[in-house]
Design a protein. Structure first.
Length: 119
């Protein structure tokens, strides 16, 4: 359900970014797992595919996967997509909405956004 990508190059680029994002969170989880081996470990963030989630749990990198932001946008996501055996692995992905700053923020710059003005 990744939108806005066309063609194999875009899919490879998305796949590389997805792997890097998932690896970032999992590397941290592996460090925590070594320090606290008996504590159940949940990773929330970085996952965008069922395959990545299954691999992380199967390899013991974490015990639970959190889907906070994607599930907030689509509360039935776990049942309808992630755990649904009728949805193939390639389609069992989490979509992300790219948020861009409003043009005014780009125009005046981020430091000015939080600046106070007193008359």
């Amino acid at each position: 359900m990744v939108w806005g990508n066309d063609g194999p190059d875009a899919q490879e680029e998305e796949s590389d970014r997805t792997k890097a994002r998932e690896a970032f969170f999992l590397e941290f989880a592996k460090v925590i797992r070594k320090e606290f081996p008996g504590v159940p470990l949940m990773v929330t963030g970085g996952f965008s595919s069922r395959v990545g989630m299954e691999k992380a749990v199967a390899e013991g990198d974490c015990d639970l996967i959190g889907l906070a932001r994607p599930a907030a946008l689509n509360p039935s996501l776990p049942n309808n997509i992630v755990f649904n055996p009728e949805v193939n692995d390639q389609d069992a992905t989490l979509y992300r909405k790219e948020n861009k700053a409003p043009w005014l923020f780009n125009f005046i710059g981020m430091p000015a956004v939080g600046a106070a003005w007193t008359p």
